[in-house]
Design a protein around this ligand. Structure first.
Ligand code: NAP
Length: 248
């Protein structure tokens, strides 16, 4: 087993798990941090901790007291608060920080045909212009922004059950990745006529975009929150190189 102070990976994503795997394989000790919101999370290799740090001050204190040599923020592109805290706390504690951020879907050739909204508050008004039978894949935390649609039907896919009842909606509790055939079955079974997604990027949840294109279903995309200023890479390989350059 690797020993010594662990590289802190702020996780909750497939990239974070792949990075932990790659670093552990190189003999670099890792501590992966999860928010602790998901029951039965997919666990990375190496050490794992769960739960918030208690804001910027809590994370800065954690970094100092654990003598963490490096921090890699590999959280989801929409985990904006954690990313902001990582920048502030690593600066306070004097610990180098890298942001591992997967590319978004904005470079997809079909992106010009999608309806882009700057944040989740724009999703419901946009879908109302495009269809009657929406498929909402923007997550549990933003559901309140669809309250204007609560009296109508929607297909909603979530990892965890919603915090409140939405009696008119069909709620599917499922965790990705989602393959093309299964996505196509969902679209046709429920006669979906508009898809709403976040600009999450990556391949694990991209099949719905292919299916929407095949079926001529319009797509509403919620754009990413702004990223705080930090050194940034887009791949696990680049993050591994960054660690190697600093730890030797
Ligand atoms: P968020 O709004 O940016 O974070 C809210 C608070 O949750 C943070 O201030 C922090 O609490 C705690 N937290 C978040 N990520 C953490 C982590 N990896 N380790 C320890 N504490 C963490 O985050 P979120 O959007 O709710 O996402 C929570 C987790 O789910 C993240 O790890 C993210 O990678 C994963 N995830 C998010 C999405 C999404 O769409 N947002 C999708 C897939 C996976 P303290 O201030 O107390 O430290």
């Amino acid at each position: 087993m690797p020993t010594g102070p662990a590289v802190l990976i702020l996780g909750g994503t497939g990239e974070a798990r792949a990075l932990a795997r790659a670093l552990v394989d190189l003999g670099v000790p890792t501590l992966s941090s999860l928010a602790g919101r998901v029951s039965r999370p997919a666990l990375p290799v190496g050490a794992v901790r769960s739960g918030g740090f208690g804001g910027v001050a809590g994370l800065a204190e954690f970094l100092r007291s654990s003598a963490t040599p490096l921090v890699i923020d590999a959280t989801h592109p929409f985990a904006a608060t954690m990313s902001e805290h990582a920048v502030a706390a690593s600066t306070q504690a004097g610990v180098p920080l890298l942001r591992l951020l997967r590319p978004g879907w904005e470079t997809d050739p079909r992106a010009v045909s999608w309806t882009w909204v700057p944040d989740i508050s724009g999703a419901c008004p946009a879908l109302a212009e495009l269809g009657e039978r929406p498929f909402l894949t923007t997550g549990r935390q933003g559901l309140a922004h669809y309250r204007a649609w609560a009296d109508r039907w929607a297909l909603v896919r979530l990892v965890e059950p919603p915090d409140e009842a939405w009696p008119n909606w069909t709620i599917l509790q499922r965790r990705g990745p989602f393959d093309h055939a299964a996505e196509r079955s969902l679209f046709t079974e429920y006669a979906v006529d508009v898809l709403v997604t976040k600009n999450s990027g990556g391949s694990l949840t991209a099949a719905k975009l292919d299916v929407a294109a095949e079926l001529g279903v319009p797509v509403v995309v919620v754009d990413r929150p702004a990223e705080p200023a930090a050194e940034r890479v887009a791949t696990v390989e680049a993050a591994v190189s960054w660690v190697r350059a600093r730890l030797g």
